[in-house]
Ligand binder design. Sequence first.
Ligand SMILES: *Cc1c(COP(=O)(O)O)cnc(C)c1O
Length: 370
Amino acid sequence: MIKIMTDLPTSPQPRPGPLRIAPYVGGKATVGGVNRVVKLSSNENPYGASPAAIAAFRDVGDRLALYPDGGAVALRDAIAKAEGLDPARIVCGAGSDEILSMLCLAYAGPGDEVMHSAHGFLMYRLSALAVGADPVSIPERNLTADIDAMIAAAGEKTKIVFLANPNNPTGTMLPDADIRRLREGLPAHTLLVIDAAYAEYVDDPEYDAGARLVGERDDTIMTRTFSKIHGLAALRLGWGYGPAAVIDAVNRVRGPFNVSAPALAAGVEAIADNAFIARSRDGNKSERARVASALERMGLTITPSQGNFILAHVGEDDARSAAGVDEFLQKRGILIRRMEGYGLPGYLRISIGTPEENGLLIAAMEDFMR
Ligand SMILES: *Cc1c(COP(=O)(O)O)cnc(C)c1O
């Protein structure tokens, strides 16, 4: 007998939250008809990765039949040693993106709100929608998160506040004092997530990545990544440092083998390779200044950046638009990131490359401006 259930859908239906997600569009990696591509679209490390990390990655090739250590003990110990933290309060993820998703899974759901600043990292909105929570976008001031507006908007429903510091794509940073003021002003039931993906690049003395604040409280977590200064974006590796109860909640929703063995092995070496880290930081600092001043001399407005990228305001004239610059550069094989998806039409985000790559970018921009 066929049972007729008229009010049920005729095919499997996803929950409404995921259907509100416009899929994440990453930076372009190829251009038709161009042999050599200069990829300045995804904030990757132009100097590659630590040679010791690459060697450790290769060594795992002989042991691919074995599951990784689900507790990531060696990596958590290596991170704890490098950063002076308690390994019991560290959790590792397949990229820090996975940590952000797991926090949403553990702390937010339908009817809850997840707050972020208007030009904050796009993953915050996507991770919130995926669990059925409502993302709440708070307007910024001068392309910087507005602490007072965030405090004023936080309420009963606010389960998580995501703040990237420095922020991608704006490159702007908040001093430690402002982060502390934000924390003091948020409700006690709200989890503050400080996403410090670019911490290692910051040279402002007022900055703190967040570990000190996390250590003093039970309501704040800091996330970090191996994708930027450590140059391991391909491996997908990130970590969080938080209060015991928050780490415990993340571990409950975490897949038992969420981080692969090659990622674990490479991460142990990368976090300890201070020479590679210093070279990446120093190269970025001098080249960021060079690219920014070259573009400023051409008449573009550059937002002061603490990351490994800059945000350039090109404008939207017919003669000089962000779309026009993007197309022109693509023909030269230079890839940068358009910013419409971040609510910043007229802007372009340009990752800082090697000195040679930046030279090609500057020369192409000079040609465009003529
Ligand atoms: C690049 C980036 C991350 C890191 O993502 P992974 O998943 O670790 O590669 C996190 N937050 C921000 C703001 C970023 O720009």
